[in-house]
Design a protein around this ligand. Structure first.
Ligand code: 5CA
Length: 449
């Protein structure tokens, strides 16, 4: 992509309304624009990050056996009356009446709709286990939308729903999602810790929130420090096998949100130097709630004995539009965002320090072609303008590697590579630079881990 023909509206001023660093940087780097309270447009650079996050989620959901589909944003109120949640959900639900005076709502979550689909088509235990998910916009009329897309009213969520015969099978589905989540966040460059959590309006009696530690996080959390260095399950993990050892390893160390904290237990089981009492961002939550929806909505199957059998369920959410600020909170410096390669909007930014100069332009065109041919995702700053402004933009938008081509270097057949994260700089010939970038970037994509 050539920056001269891209749409990247960066801001010079620090926006006053933004209280936390990720919100400031998302506005300054031209990732989002607020359209109304808690409603955001995703500008091209931000949308590219969102798509990369979505790709990782889809790959890991598939690995764990979940099947993707798409349900509408608007839902019929009648389904929510059936489950008994229509009145209970309160003011967070955006209620809409259509021209025929039918009650609709903008879905805040999808347990009712998916249970309706399930009961329509699935009649036998032989079709279980089943895990269906979608990635769709949700709306919650939050009393206090804040921190940009961290807590917005409209937000993009991945929500998966598992259906099983009995509690034991449902537990296995819960474990599959648990392991998928560990891998998903790791691939995005995040350390997310599963913590015992309250179930709130979704219901049920077993739940974990996945928390990224950050001072600006909205949740108070307590956990064992060793959870920060726990091994991540490998790509070849057998999701049909017994995942209990992995889950036991992760849940044997204390971790709970402030709603669930048992201080005595925390102090008893975690030695003092290992105690973390901190703040965190909830980037996902998994629930087991048994027959809470299938019961009232009459979703049953024929069991192995020919009798009608209960269906046990869980739901599994990830906030995509919250992940973007969460990643920025975890990875930035004074100059801007520092994207992990796996979610970066571009992998390399090529900086032509003297656009308009025939020799520089020719060399950069050559480099641009070679970077693309090497399979690297490159943004080429081919605009006219001073080197200082180009460096500032490159640092602000946080592309992991900068390939800097200036007139003096080009004469000598050399370019400079800057690693955005470490600040390390290396000077080398053109072909060596392409090979260096390819070798550095490919493993950082974390698509083979
Ligand atoms: N039905 C369940 C699981 S599919 C559910 O709705 N879970 S949830 O309420 O925990 O939401 C799932 C994830 O969506 C949260 O972990 C969070 O990352 C994200 N999320 C929730 N509310 C918001 C919001 N107002 N703004 C941005 N992200 C949000």
């Amino acid at each position: 992509m050539r920056l001269s023909s891209y749409f990247l509206p960066v801001l010079k001023e620090v926006p006053k309304e933004a209280e936390i660093v990720s919100h400031r940087l998302m506005l300054r780097a031209g990732l989002i624009r607020q359209q109304a309270a808690g409603l955001y447009a995703w500008l091209p650079l931000g949308y590219k990050v969102l798509r990369k996050i979505q790709d990782i989620i889809e790959q890991e959901q598939a690995r764990a056996g979940a099947i993707e589909m798409l349900m509408p944003t608007l839902q019929s109120a009648d389904l929510w009356r059936e489950s008994g949640r229509y009145d209970a959900y309160g003011k967070e639900m955006l209620r809409i009446t259509d021209r025929h005076e039918r009650d609709l709502l903008y879905g805040p979550t999808n347990e009712e709709v998916i249970t309706d689909i399930f009961r329509t088509f699935v009649k036998s235990y032989k079709e279980l286990p089943l895990n269906l998910y979608h990635i769709q916009w949700k709306f919650r009329d939050e009393i206090r939308p804040r921190f940009g897309t961290m807590r917005s009213r409209e937000f993009l969520m991945k929500d998966a729903y598992s259906f099983d015969l009995g509690m034991e099978e449902a537990r296995k589905s819960y474990y599959r999602m648990f392991v998928a989540y560990l891998r998903t966040y790791y691939r995005m460059g995040l350390t997310a810790i599963p913590m015992k959590a309250e179930t709130g309006p979704i219901g049920g009696d077993l739940s974990h929130e996945f928390i990224v530690l950050a001072d600006t996080g909205e949740s108070g959390v307590f956990c064992h420090a060793d959870l920060l260095d726990m091994p991540i399950p490998a790509a070849n993990t057998d999701f049909n096998g017994d995942l209990t050892p992995i889950i036991d390893q992760w849940t044997s160390l204390y971790a709970a949100t402030e709603d669930m904290i048992d201080m005595a237990e925390f102090e008893k089981t975690v030695p003092e130097p290992k105690r973390i009492a901190a703040r965190g961002i909830e980037v996902g939550q998994v629930f087991y709630f048994g027959t809470k929806y299938t019961g009232p909505m009459g979703a049953t199957v024929t069991g192995p004995d020919g009798q009608e059998a209960e269906v046990h369920c869980g739901s599994y959410g990830i906030g995509l539009t919250r992940l973007v600020p969460a990643i920025i909170e975890a990875s930035h410096d004074d100059d801007g965002i520092v994207w992990p390669v796996s979610v970066a909007p571009f992998e390399v930014m090529l900086l032509n320090l003297k656009s308009g100069d025939a020799e520089c332009d020719a060399a950069c065109e050559d480099l641009y072609g070679k970077l693309k041919a090497a399979g690297l995702d490159v943004l080429y700053d081919d605009r006219e303008g001073g080197a200082g402004a180009k460096f500032a933009t490159a640092d602000l938008i946080g592309v992991p590697y900068q390939l800097i081509a200036g007139p003096r270097g080009i004469k000598a057949g050399e370019v400079e590579i800057k690693n955005r994260k470490t600040g390390a700089r290396d000077t080398m010939g053109f072909d060596a630079a392409i090979a260096f970038l390819k070798a550095a970037i490919e493993p950082e994509r974390r698509d083979k881990v």
